[in-house]
Ligand binder design. Structure first.
Ligand code: ZN
Length: 439
């Protein structure tokens, strides 16, 4: 029982407290609610708390100051379904067998929401992207999935502006559960920073009209809408954990192209990540961490019993880092099989990043400490290091894809879906369609 949540008068509180002092066992501690916030296509270095000079994220910045911020968090792919599936299961993309929009998260996978649901959580989500169609499997474990925005704007969802509705729906869902005896898990996925970049009257032209300016405007709009939810979270009288991250970033000609899902350079896989919750002192953590670490971290934070957690997760709990302890550094793997010509894997170990195109293109090696922009390929100068990283990567990826391929079955796509996906810049020769959207 939480006294602040109950409507007990002060007169009743006194005898209850006395009873408790007299040796009665204290009531079981309530598990915290979990607000799980993801933003599509949000590169870390365009946020204020990651050092971006423009005012894209005042609300998130404010919240980040009260949170544990992971400065160096890496997504396991550079497109939505692959990255979210990995985040929600703590498995590599290859293990899940997710290649493209004909793939889906297998029902045999155990999701974060499934585990929380089995442990007494009420689960809900609001989606705004085609990957939240039931067939893609991300809804496993979500008892109350609000897909109105996915279905209503089906076929043109890439043009819809949805952050306000996502926040409206999220706020209503939380308000309905203000006095719920059960803890809840709510996942809100925001989508506006994805191409095509829309203009927002409330943001105006403060970021200019270039593609980057419009993208920043989309972030600012999303940030303002998320601020409403974050303020509500802050005012919660129930214990609450807030997780904020993104599925992948976005390229603006950093390496010769635009959009995402085509390479694994840092602009596409370095994502924001912060966690705020009871017992977590605000901190900024420079260590390399992976999105696959989020699920084990939450299990530890929420005290999910060990025998209730799925085994063989590839991530590890990051809680030791939040307490100032050290953690055995782990390599980060990111994988991409989207188009036949963009099969590529990336392994980051410490300061070094190896990129191996599974095509004829040469292998790349970068020193992320000295060359974060990944412009100086050191592969020819450091062959032994390349060999060592490659060995580790091959071990991780070949195992992963072998297991994944055996469980994957292909989905059928109908013409409406293909139209929608082309509008989002996916699906083979749709690159031109996406480019048309950009001034
Ligand atoms: Zn995405």
């Amino acid at each position: 029982m939480n006294f602040r949540d109950s409507n007990l008068s002060a007169g009743l509180l006194v005898p209850l407290l006395l009873l408790s002092c007299a040796g009665e066992a204290p009531p079981a501690e309530r598990r915290p609610d979990v607000l799980f916030l993801t933003v599509d296509t949000l590169r870390a270095d365009h946020l204020g708390f990651h050092g971006y000079p423009g005012p894209t994220s005042p609300q998130l910045d404010k919240f980040a100051r009260e949170s544990v911020v992971f400065e160096n968090a890496i997504a396991q792919s550079s497109w939505t379904l692959a990255s979210l599936a990995s985040l929600m299961t703590s498995h590599w993309v290859g293990e899940l067998g997710i290649r493209d929009f004909r793939s889906h998260l297998p029902t045999s996978a155990t999701t974060l929401a499934e585990v929380l649901s089995d442990n007494g959580y009420e689960t809900g989500a609001v989606g705004s992207h085609l990957v939240f169609l039931d067939k893609y499997g991300l809804r496993q474990g979500i008892a109350d999935f609000d897909d109105e925005l996915v279905l209503r704007d089906f076929g043109r969802s890439h043009r819809a502006i949805s952050s306000k509705q996502i926040s409206d729906k999220g706020l209503a869902w939380m308000a309905e559960r203000r006095d719920s005896a059960k803890p809840w898990f709510l996942w809100l996925h925001y989508f506006d920073p994805h191409v095509p970049y829309q203009e927002h009257p409330s943001v105006g032209d403060k970021f200019g009209t270039s593609p980057i300016g419009r993208y920043d405007g989309e972030i600012a709009f999303t940030d303002a809408q998320m601020g409403r939810v974050l303020r509500r979270a802050k005012a919660s009288e129930r214990p609450l954990v807030v997780v904020f991250t993104a599925d992948h970033g976005e390229e603006f000609n950093d390496h010769g192209k635009n959009s995402h899902g085509h390479t694994l350079y840092q602009e596409l896989i370095h994502v924001p990540l912060f966690i705020r919750g009871p017992g977590l002192a605000p901190a900024s953590i420079p260590d390399l961490v992976r999105l696959v670490d989020v699920m084990p971290t939450l299990f530890e934070l929420l005290r999910i019993p060990l025998d209730q957690r799925p085994t063989e997760l590839v991530g590890q709990s990051l809680l030791p880092l939040t307490r100032g302890d050290t953690l055995e550094p782990q390599p980060s793997l990111s994988e991409l099989r989207f188009h036949a010509d963009t099969h590529v894997d990336a392994l980051i170990r410490g300061r070094w990043k190896l990129i191996v195109p599974r095509t004829e293109a040469p292998v790349e090696l970068y020193d992320l400490e000295d060359n974060r922009k990944e412009s100086k390929n050191l592969a020819e100068r450091r062959p032994k290091l390349v060999e060592s990283l490659r060995e580790q990567m091959d071990l991780m990826t070949s195992e992963a894809w072998t297991r994944g391929e055996s469980s994957a079955t292909e989905l059928e796509l109908d013409p409406d879906e293909i139209d929608a996906l082309q509008g989002l810049g996916y699906m083979g020769d749709d690159e031109d369609a996406a480019d048309d959207e950009r001034p």
